[in-house]
Design a protein around this ligand. Structure first.
Ligand code: ZN
Ligand code: ZN
Length: 595
């Protein structure tokens, strides 16, 4: 197997005997065939070396391991269907899942290699000892195994946060009403450091509040859930003049299509880590001698990886001409050119890594996002996903929900929308759609509107168009609306044996609207997350309102999600009331004074 050798350090200890596939971690093992039509789907490759040839005792597991695509990127190749997904570190996915779901977890020993790690303290009195109360009022515990003391809530708020508490509501309102940070300071008569303290405080309150509600999600029973998933990019300003390059991060978000409730929005960035310490540790532990999925820091962008990524030829973008078919082809093209097809973040020299915290390989954030959804949607009878067209999302969704797909309880669709149309073009499309509908109706006077819709959907299904290397079959929606004026769908899990009528209604439901509306509101209502104007060279644009610190981006995303789900009303309802997580709208004060 080709091992990646780069930045060879003479003091590096010799790397261990290579494993066949990355080790299972806390029940996670995603190294399996991702083709739902294949018998190997969801069946992990064996960690044992496989013998070939007649008369060998070891049974072949149906996979070969090797470097089949990009140099240094080991893959598993399914011998039944030929699909070869890149390997992923299960430990890396677990770390990312722990990071994004930390706010939901009950207090437990924080020492990662302690046997009590992950075992809740509040109902395991034999393993933990009560240890008084923290200043914040939170209970303290001591782990009997490793003697670490910890609190039932993350570390306390600095005392200066309690200055001017009456201004918290003003600041909260201003943050979600597109006030620039300087204006907020002026309006509330506070200094910039106090504003940042207040953002940290509001963030903590939002997470504590929402954790209490969302801990009920895994037991929420419903027949169906339709969930749309997309992502959004944020550009960061450079913090010092010596390196005038932007950094850029992605957030993946998921929303329930019926209620609009946003289950999570996760940025590919870990603010708790110091990039210098990670880099030194990666050098010491021999990460640079191991292939990416076998590294201790597989989840993180190391400096050497960044340098490698910059050195690779640019991903060529075929001009899509703004058409839907051109767009779909372009996405397949770009994905194939990536070093890891499942990881959308690749660098050019124009962009740099963030100056604070550590950037996470977006593929790991995506896998973790779907594993968290798998937990939150655990009691739903059938879940249907509408995904932005991206190989990483497909892999994350089909991995996180592999068991449910095999049970016939989960389906996934790609959805692609041409959003570049002007309002006039949109109107024209909708008028044309209406005319088509009327024509069919005129020709079939005996049919109801619903029967005509079904007929038109089935006609579109009969004209499927194959795209990309895998010849995925795309269906063009016969009557898209104003918000999604040109729309095509690809049924990724067409293995359930549904008849055409059933499939037609599923295609009809496919939409990214619920998550895209949330992302659009972020741009419109949070000043630092506004799209920066396209002037100057990409990667070297200084925009006065853009953020400097990725941690503030992630915190604003969390604060905005809680505001959007619980406070923001459409017709006296909030997303949370529609989903059944709240009885009525929540006030700013309910969150600020939540304890
Ligand atoms: Zn296969
Ligand atoms: Zn412990």
């Amino acid at each position: 197997m080709g091992r990646m050798v780069m930045h060879m350090q003479p003091e590096c200890p010799p790397s261990k005997e290579p494993e066949r596939i990355p080790k299972k971690a806390h029940g996670i093992q995603v190294n399996f065939c991702k083709n739902p039509h294949c018998k190997n789907f969801g069946v992990p490759a064996s960690s044992e070396t496989q013998r070939k040839g007649p008369g060998t005792a070891v049974k072949n597991d149906g996979y070969r391991i090797g470097v089949y695509g990009k140099p240094g990127m080991p893959m598993i190749r399914c011998q039944l269907c030929g699909e070869s997904p890149p390997m992923k570190s299960n430990q890396g996915i677990f770390e990312e899942l722990s990071r994004i779901s930390f706010f939901l977890s009950r207090p437990c020993c924080p020492t990662k290699d302690c046997p009590n790690y992950g075992v809740p303290a509040d109902d395991n009195k034999a393993l933990y000892q009560a240890f008084g109360t923290a200043k914040s009022g939170a209970k303290r515990y001591r782990c009997k195994a490793c003697h670490t003391t910890f609190s039932s809530r993350p570390p306390g708020i600095p005392t200066r946060l309690h200055k001017k508490p009456h201004k918290n509501a003003t600041v909260f309102r201003a943050l979600v009403n597109k006030a620039p940070f300087r204006r907020i300071c002026e309006m509330a008569e506070i200094s910039p450091p106090t504003l940042y303290d207040k953002i940290h405080f509001l963030h903590r309150q939002c997470l504590a509040f929402v954790a209490e509600r969302e801990k009920h999600l895994p037991s929420r029973k419903a027949q169906r859930a339709y969930v749309s998933v997309d992502r959004q990019e944020y550009t960061m300003n450079w913090p010092n003049r010596n390196d005038r390059r932007n950094s850029s991060l992605w957030a993946i978000g998921s929303a329930d299509t019926a209620s609009g409730y946003v289950f999570g929005v996760h940025l590919n960035h870990d603010p708790s880590l110091d990039p210098r310490i990670i880099e030194q540790d990666a050098l010491n532990c021999g990460d640079y001698r191991a292939a990416p999925p076998f590294r201790k820091h597989a989840r993180l962008w190391l400096k050497g990886e960044y340098a490698e990524s910059v050195g690779r030829p640019l991903i060529k973008t075929t001009v899509s001409m703004g058409s839907l078919t051109g767009d779909i082809t372009m996405r397949y093209d770009q994905a194939l050119q990536r070093n890891d097809i499942e990881t959308p973040d690749e660098f050019t020299g124009n962009f740099t890594l963030p100056s604070k915290g550590v950037q996470v390989h977006a593929g790991y954030t995506i896998y973790a996002h779907f594993l968290l959804l798998r937990r939150l949607l655990n009691s739903i009878d059938k879940t249907r996903f509408f995904l932005d067209q991206d190989s990483g999302m497909r892999a994350g969704c089909l991995s996180g929900f592999a068991d449910r797909i095999a049970q016939g309880r989960c389906d996934a669709f790609y959805v692609r929308i041409n959003s570049k149309l002007s309002i006039d073009e949109r109107r024209r499309v909708v008028r044309q759609t209406r005319r088509n509908f009327d024509k069919v109706k005129g020709a079939n006077p005996g049919l109801t509107d619903s029967q005509i819709k079904l007929m038109m959907l089935k006609e579109s299904m009969a004209q499927v168009a194959p795209f990309g290397k895998w010849q995925d079959k795309w269906v063009f929606h016969p009557f898209p609306g104003m918000s999604e004026p040109a729309k095509a769908m690809c049924y990724l899990t067409d293995v359930q044996g549904y008849d055409d009528d059933h499939k037609a209604w599923l295609y009809n439901k496919a939409s990214l609207h619920s998550i895209d509306r949330f992302f659009m509101m972020i741009r419109r209502r949070v000043q630092i997350l506004e799209r920066s104007p396209h002037s100057g060279r990409p990667g070297q644009r200084f925009y006065i309102y853009s953020p400097y610190d990725p941690e503030v981006v992630a915190k604003m995303l969390d604060i905005f999600r809680v505001w959007y789900n619980y406070i923001f009303q459409v017709g006296k309802q909030t997303a949370a009331t529609r989903l059944g997580l709240a009885k009525g709208p929540v006030t700013y004060e309910d969150i600020i004074y939540y304890s």
